[in-house]
Unconditional design. Structure first.
Length: 233
């Protein structure tokens, strides 16, 4: 068993074709930027235009895309639709990925309501909660199931991705149940570090940490260029 890392995607360290993890993490950002350019009616985009839309520098973008074998055309740039297809195929968003969410509190409900998943190839097919009082409730088009239904749901819908939106104290037990049912990828929103077997990928989203990072930068702004906090400010 190994503890998760909030920065790692899996124990292999890189994609099957040797794509670095940092590049893999940026591919969905490029895909989103390309979608925006396509919606604006741009058939081609230079590396500078795409880099600006993605919020990275153009040299990094060109290096990232070179791992896909996509180098663009000198004087023309990248074909937006073709590059969208290449990246979507690489990250799997041109497939249908059924997803189960465990923990249907405020966060779990918000995640299940989010319409952006379906446009990126993810389909919420099952909701589970450990509170027996919630079992049988209907949320949107889906019923809330108890944890005892997990194995059957995973088999029925061929689910490989699970989302944990429970309190931190319950997260490890939920992760163990997901892994035992055959789930091999977990998105963890709970404030807890998970221990999972090799071969199970975990991504952690900790909103409080992100806010603390912003608070750090705000504190430095308030303290001036040297980073010291000025009393009374």
């Amino acid at each position: 068993m190994r503890p998760q890392s909030s920065a790692r995607t899996n124990p292999r360290g890189s994609g099957d074709r040797g794509i670095p993890d940092a590049t893999i993490a940026r591919l969905p950002i490029y895909l989103r930027a390309l979608t925006g350019l396509a919606e604006r009616g741009m058939p081609t985009a230079s590396s500078e235009q795409l880099a600006t839309a993605a919020g990275v520098n153009s040299a990094k973008l060109r290096k990232d895309l070179s791992y896909l074998g996509s180098y663009g055309t000198r004087g023309v740039g990248y074909d937006v639709e073709d590059l969208r297809y290449q990246i979507a195929r690489e990250v799997g968003s041109n497939q249908d990925w059924p997803v189960v969410i465990v923990g249907i509190g405020n966060l779990g409900q918000a995640l299940s309501n989010y319409g952006g998943f379906s446009s990126r190839g993810f389909r919420i097919v099952a909701l589970l909660d450990g509170d027996d009082a919630r079992v049988g409730e209907k949320h949107g088009d889906l019923l809330i199931h108890g944890m005892d239904d997990l194995d059957n749901l995973v088999t029925e819908h061929r689910i490989s991705i699970g989302v944990i939106a429970t309190p931190g104290a319950a997260a490890q037990q939920v992760a163990d149940r997901l892994v035992a049912s055959g789930i091999t990828s977990i998105l963890n929103f709970a404030p807890s570090v998970l221990t999972v077997p090799a071969g199970v990928d975990v991504r952690k989203v900790d909103l409080s940490i992100e806010l603390q990072i912003l608070a750090y930068h705000e504190q430095r702004k308030a303290g001036g260029a040297d980073g010291r906090v000025v009393a009374g400010l």
